[in-house]
Design a protein around this ligand. Structure first.
Ligand code: ATP
Ligand code: MG
Length: 352
């Protein structure tokens, strides 16, 4: 019997709705080849819905997703709707309700895409950023006082828990032991004197259980410089919610195109659905023209298959991405080509 996976599709806004259908086409091909099927339920949750109905998703939205095996998201964002609306109205509730405490961002420099960084050669730059996705600096603890007065003050506390940090470190060390055996932890324990030394201490504690992993720690500022100067030295980089966010965008820029980068919000225990989404936003400047690069969504779909227990199918996708970029000159406009989303997707499927 073929396994069926129930997938929640949230196209969102702008090009979100243009990049998910290509990902579904690719998924269908692989399902036939590797013997699984996917059934989809679509949700119109988006900033457009927020403008219409005052909320990104319905009040029981989280419950509607609960029985799904995974969530595939396009992009959310709309001109005039502040980013915090989509963040706190959709993404953060999903991440927190489903304990998606790992945000995983693979970074690769592909042959055929020019990196803005001179030393970033294809095949050599291949690492992952593991970002803590539920606590840390993204906390609601704090407040503002004396609005408009000279003594106005804003306070925001970062919250790091032993359980929360330990579980993401365990994920990162385990991943490093399966990959290249190296892990780099990013903190700033010279300037931030409580939370960051706590993180460093927990890294050292967890490292004792992974003797096969060579690890080091860097201050975030020095690490940011090394991402640009020597990106090939990294394997698994683990960081707090804020630092991981910044590092993963920096790393995606080093890789050469925002249209290619994928992200996974993982619940490693699999007791709730995980969520997969391209890194790019809704790109209102090109939405509706059928020219968006679908690779970020397609690679995100590969991460979803890996999580659902189909690593060979996932590898078929990343191999096809590598070939279409290295062996053909099919490119969407963001990568200097003229192909439409549909033409480029056809080319990729030919190579699958
Ligand atoms: P949002 O508010 O949803 O975050 P944004 O405009 O701030 O949208 P992106 O959507 O990431 O951020 O777009 C940044 C730039 O990159 C835009 O010029 C956009 O057209 C381009 N871009 C992003 N994703 C793609 C893609 N998949 N294909 C082609 N161009 C893209
Ligand atoms: Mg944006």
């Amino acid at each position: 019997m073929t396994t069926n996976h129930r997938i929640a599709l949230i196209p969102g806004d702008g090009i979100g709705a243009e990049v998910l259908p290509p990902a579904q086409l690719v998924l269908d091909v692989l399902g036939r080849r590797h013997g699984f099927s996917l059934s989809y339920t679509s949700y119109d949750w988006s900033c457009e819905r927020y403008l219409r109905e005052g909320a990104m998703m319905p009040a029981d939205g989280i419950d509607q997703l609960r029985d799904k095996d995974a969530i595939l998201l396009g992009a959310v964002g709309y001109p005039g709707v502040p980013d915090h609306v989509s963040l706190w109205g959709l993404l953060i509730p999903i991440r927190r309700s489903f304990r998606q405490y790992v945000n995983l961002r693979p970074i690769r420099v592909f042959e055929g895409i020019e990196s803005p960084v001179r030393g970033a050669r294809p095949g050599e730059v291949d690492f992952v950023v593991v970002r803590e996705n539920m606590e840390g600096e993204y906390s609601e603890v704090g407040g503002r006082l004396n609005s408009g007065f000279p003594d106005e003050i804003a306070v925001q506390e970062a919250v790091f828990t032993r359980a929360g940090v330990t579980r993401v470190l365990d994920y990162a060390f385990t991943l490093a032991s399966r990959r290249g055996g190296r892990l780099t932890s990013a903190t700033k324990s010279n300037g931030i004197v409580h939370t960051m030394p706590f993180w460093d201490q927990l890294v050292a504690e967890r490292a004792a259980s992974f003797p096969q992993v060579a690890w080091d720690q860097e201050h975030i500022d020095a690490l940011a410089a090394k991402f640009v100067l020597e990106p090939a030295r990294f394997d698994v980089v683990v960081a707090s919610n804020l630092f991981g966010d910044i590092l993963s965008d920096l790393a995606a820029a080093v890789a050469g195109s925002i249209g290619v980068a994928p992200a996974a919000n993982l619940n490693p225990e699999r007791d709730f659905p995980s969520m997969f989404e391209p890194v790019h936003g809704s790109a209102p400047d090109i939405a509706g023209q059928g020219i968006a690069n679908p690779l970020g969504a397609i690679w995100s779909a590969a991460m979803m298959l890996d999580h659902l227990g189909h690593p060979a199918a996932a590898k078929d996708i990343t191999d096809a991405i590598t070939s279409v970029l290295a062996k053909t000159d099919a490119r969407t406009r963001d990568l200097g080509g003229t192909a439409t989303t549909a033409e480029f997707t056809d080319k990729l499927i030919e190579l699958l």
